[in-house]
Design a binder for this molecule. Structure first.
Ligand SMILES: [Zn+2]
Length: 216
C-alpha cells in the first residue's frame, strides 16, 4: 500500500487529505483541499495513480470542497454513508455557510454502510460506521495493513467535536469504543487533521479517549 499525506489546503481549509494507492489503482479520501483540487490531482499524477474513489468520511465542507473538481477531472466514483448524503448538497448542513461560502458537492455514486467493503487494488477496506461527529460519519480499516482512517471521529490526541448540528458526544464515544478501540492494538490511525499518524491511541489519557476506553 502506498499512501501520501497531502497538505492540500487553502486559506480557509488547510488540512490533510490522504491519497491511497495500490498501483495501478488509487483512491483518495478526505477531500480537505482547495476547491479546485489541484494539489490532489497533482499528487495523483506524480504518483502515477488512477483515482478510483473519492471517499468522504463525512459531509463537512472542509472534507468535500474538492469533490466536484476531482470527480470531473478523474471520473472517480464518490463514496459516502447514506446518512451523510444530504449534507453534500446543502451549505447549511455542511457548514460552509458559517464562513460565507456556498459549497456543494455532487451526490454520492455509491452509498455505503457498516459492514461494506471497498476494494482498492488488492486491498480490502472495511467501512465502519462511526457516527457522533456527524450522523453518517465513517472510518475505513484495512486489516491486512492494520491501518485506520478516522476522518473527524478520532484525532491524534482527542475525539471529534460534537457541537455542530447532528453531533452527539455519547454516540461518538460509543462509536469509538465499539468500532475503533476494538481493533488490534498495533493499528496505525490516520485522523483527518493530524499531520502525522497517531499511534497507541488507546493508551492516551486525553479525556475523550479515556471516556471511550472506559466505556468498553
Ligand atoms: Zn467534520
Amino acid at each position: 500500500m502506498e499512501h501520501d499525506t497531502q497538505d492540500a489546503g487553502s486559506d480557509r481549509f488547510r488540512h490533510n487529505c490522504y491519497l491511497l494507492g495500490c498501483a495501478p489503482n488509487a483512491a483518495r479520501r478526505d477531500s480537505r483541499s482547495r476547491r479546485n483540487g489541484t494539489a490532489i490531482l497533482a499528487a495523483a499524477r506524480e504518483a502515477g495513480l488512477q483515482v478510483k474513489y473519492v471517499i468522504n468520511t463525512h459531509g463537512h465542507a472542509d472534507h468535500i470542497a474538492a469533490n466536484r473538481a476531482v470527480l470531473e477531472a478523474t471520473g472517480a466514483r464518490l463514496v459516502a454513508h447514506k446518512l451523510e448524503a444530504p449534507l453534500l448538497g446543502d451549505p447549511k448542513g455542511n457548514l460552509s455557510f458559517l464562513v460565507g461560502l456556498q459549497i456543494t458537492s455532487p451526490s454520492p455514486d455509491l452509498l455505503v454502510q457498516q459492514g461494506d467493503t471497498l476494494d482498492i487494488g488488492v486491498l480490502h477496506w472495511q467501512v465502519l460506521h462511526t457516527p457522533g461527529h456527524t450522523p453518517g460519519g465513517i472510518s475505513l480499516y484495512c486489516a491486512s495493513e492494520r491501518v485506520l482512517f478516522t476522518g473527524d471521529a478520532l484525532f491524534r490526541e482527542g475525539i471529534g467535536r460534537t457541537d455542530s448540528p447532528g453531533g452527539d458526544y455519547d454516540l461518538l464515544r460509543k462509536s469509538i469504543a465499539d468500532r475503533l478501540f476494538t481493533l488490534p492494538d498495533e493499528t496505525v490511525v490516520y485522523p483527518a487533521t493530524a499531520r502525522r499518524p497517531a499511534l497507541a491511541t488507546k493508551s492516551s489519557t486525553t479525556p475523550g479517549f479515556a471516556d471511550a476506553r472506559d466505556s468498553r
